[in-house]
Design a protein around this ligand. Structure first.
Ligand code: GAL
Length: 682
């Protein structure tokens, strides 16, 4: 057994906390991708290693989907090929994130044990033939999966290429909610542990309604497709349970590999983004040694670089500010969107550096070499179908050079004056059915505020409710529909201590059981905001209401009364004319704003200008529209990342050396169209 603190393979940057774990032996920034050699003949595998060396690859994820290759028939193990792959990678100086091979059970397992297959809410069985056809709660699957993880760990415990454990793959990607019998039984156990008695469960779920009272927890089912809305708290608890159950599965596999390799850090690839809500990654992050995530831009999203920035800020938040691994993204097109457009010139480099700018210390892809068979054959890779005479391969080489030039950035941290409070439970709860308006979604306001700040070059930390808000000058609380008392209190305290807090409509409405906080909305924030709402008044699809300054609102208004706050904007027309749409209250040395109606882009932009004015929060640099700026702070230097998402060259005020070209600039730095610079300052 090796002590991680003294293990020479643990390459920890200066100043990192004692429990900082990182893939062992990775020097500088990590670079690589998923490597699936089992799809290729030996001669291609030999070429792979040469090409990896050319590109500067230093870390690859291996064996993610290799179970059926390793164990084609039950009990028959073929490890020789994997031994050779790891030996070759090691000889080439490439470190390995070794997977547990459990991400897709082999056909013999599901054929022999169909009871491990997951189910949808309507009872449909999800059969073998794709991937992830397993129920994380089924004891039979758990037994086979942990045995496979342990077997791999035992075999490779002392392999010198082993740098990191990669547990399963994107747990919950295809089956975030499983309604199988095994899941139902595990749900009941989870409820017994949570509530103790059936009466406590009845109280929490409000089962006096619609004759839903349970006499015994044994009668509880998952929230199957029902004649009408299933009990909301049952649905919410099923979300909580499902996230916990998948995490429990991860933990079992983690412990299985740790037993053999306590010196090797363990991770699993999260999917932190504005479109994946199945897993509570703030909780999950406590169980990994290093946060790793996958992120894919959506080609049809015209603001995909802004969504990427928010997702990366969320990942940094989940990682609690520590460096993280971008475990997967794409060099160009994916295969799973309706129309899979390739990335534009420079987009892959900008995407990669945007993640680094926001705290990633590794840039990796799905996948190393583009498959010729299977469902992902049209998904781009670092080595495309076209081979090395291609833009994609030249991009792979270019990114390798860029990351090498940025090696010293590793371990530096991002700092922000703005916090955005983000909560998976609130996301689950606000998007339950039978609510005032289907147009109120969790990410809408979050994306809107973040976008305004992104445009102004202001960096945002995404934090969980209850996080320490000390030092943040601006605290954004978008759509925090469900909030616990102590978390609402922490937000109130931030304002009392001098922060400007902004709460958006449909926040603070329910407690952790999804019970309304009565006495006027928004219950948990009524006093802080100095308002009292007697009734919601959502708008119809496409409806707009003018405000007193000529801007407008859509989606949401409410009958809000001032109770200590001042109206900053009011509705100028409609049945609620004269009612506040935006309010402000001075609180101690801080302030509390309430967005009581969904402001249009112009109104929100004005609000954000006012917020930055009153908090004196500054951008990372004064940059023209479409030019993204973020700063990382190291022990000796800071690093200004400037990413030009426009088709014209721009200049940004900065002094220092562009690490990508080695050129020193004084006063201002030119940034080519669609290009990037990273300035070492000081
Ligand atoms: C991820 C997955 C990879 C690959 C990729 C394609 O969700 O982890 O295995 O399928 O998507 O974009």
């Amino acid at each position: 057994m090796t002590d991680p603190a003294t293990d020479p393979r643990t390459d920890t940057p200066p100043g990192a906390p004692a429990d900082h774990r990182w893939p062992t032996g990775v020097v500088g920034l990590g670079y690589g991708g998923d490597y699936n050699p089992e799809q290729w003949p030996l001669e291609t595998q030999l070429e792979d290693v040469e090409l990896m060396q050319q590109a500067g690859v230093n870390l690859v994820s291996v064996a993610i989907f290799a179970w059926a290759t390793i164990e084609p028939r039950e009990g028959e193990y073929h490890f020789d090929w994997l031994d050779d792959v790891l030996d070759r990678l090691h000889a080439a100086g490439i470190r390995v994130a070794l997977a547990t091979a459990t991400a897709s059970p082999p056909p013999w397992l599901t054929a022999r044990h169909p009871e491990i297959l997951p189910r949808l809410a309507d009872g449909t069985v999800l059969w073998q033939g794709g991937r992830q056809a397993y129920s994380v709660t089924h004891p039979v699957f758990r037994r086979y999966a942990t045995a496979m993880a342990a077997r791999i760990a035992e075999r490779y415990a002392d392999h010198p290429a082993l740098a990191l454990w990669h547990i399963d793959n994107e747990i919950g990607c295809h089956v975030p909610r499983d309604y199988s019998d095994a899941a139902a039984a595990a749900f009941r156990d989870w409820l017994r542990a949570r509530y103790g008695t059936v009466d406590a469960l009845n109280d929490a779920w409000g089962t006096a309604f619609w004759s839903q009272r349970y006499g015994d927890v044994a009668d509880v089912l998952p929230p199957f497709t029902a004649p009408t809305y299933p009990n909301p708290t049952q649905q919410l608890d099923f979300d909580r349970f499902s996230s916990d159950a998948m995490l429990d599965y991860y933990r079992d596999l983690r412990d299985a590999v740790r037993q053999h390799t306590p010196h090797v850090p363990v991770t699993t690839n999260f999917m932190t983004s504005t479109s994946t809500k199945g897993m509570d990654y703030f909780g999950w992050a406590r169980e990994v040694d290093v946060v790793a995530t996958d992120h894919y831009t959506v080609a049809a999203d015209e603001e995909r670089e802004v969504e990427l920035a928010l997702s990366a800020d969320l990942t940094r938040g989940v990682a609690r500010g520590r460096p993280w691994i971008l475990m997967e993204h794409s060099t160009s097109a994916v295969n799973w969107q309706p129309r899979n457009r390739p990335k534009a010139p420079g987009e892959m480099l900008r995407n990669s550096l945007a993640h680094v700018a926001r705290g990633a210390d590794s840039v990796m892809f799905f996948q190393w070499r583009q498959s010729v068979a299977g469902a992902e054959k049209y998904h781009s890779a670092m080595v495309p179908h076209a081979g090395t005479d291609s833009e994609v391969w030249r991009g792979t080489l270019g990114l390798g050079r860029a990351l090498e030039a940025l090696a010293e950035v590793r371990g530096s941290r991002v700092r922000a004056d703005v916090a955005l409070v983000f909560d998976y439970e609130a996301w689950w709860a606000v998007e339950l059915d039978s609510h005032p308006s289907v147009d109120v979604t969790y990410v809408d306001r979050m994306r809107a505020y973040h976008r305004e700040l992104w445009r102004r070059g202001v960096t945002v930390d995404v934090v969980e409710p209850g996080a320490d808000l000390t030092g943040y000058r601006l605290v954004l609380v978008p759509t925090l529909y469900l909030v616990r008392d102590e978390h609402a209190a922490a937000i109130t305290r931030a304002a009392e201590d001098g922060a400007t807090v902004v709460v958006t409509y449909f926040s603070g409405i329910v407690d952790e059981h999804d019970h309304v906080r009565p006495g006027g909305y928004p219950g948990a924030f009524r006093e802080l905001l100095g308002v009292r709402t007697e009734e919601f008044a959502p708008l119809l699809a496409g409806e707009q209401v003018a405000l007193d300054d000529g801007t407008s609102v859509s989606v949401w208004t409410e009958k809000v009364h001032l109770a200590g706050a001042t109206a900053v904007r009011t509705l100028a027309s409609g049945p609620l004319a004269g009612t506040p749409a935006l309010t402000r209250r001075t609180v101690g040395s801080g302030a509390a704003w309430y967005e009581a109606a969904r402001l249009d882009d112009v109104a929100l932009s004005r609000l954000v200008d006012a917020l930055l004015g009153e908090t004196r929060v500054q951008p990372a640099a004064a940059a023209p529209p479409g030019v993204e700026v973020v700063r990382r702070h190291g022990e000796q230097h800071s690093y200004l990342f400037v990413l030009n998402h426009t088709d014209a060259e721009h200049r940004v005020p900065a002094d220092g050396t562009d690490l990508l070209t080695g050129t020193t600039h004084q006063g201002e730095v030119p940034v080519p169209a669609w290009g990037a610079v990273v300035v070492r300052e000081g």
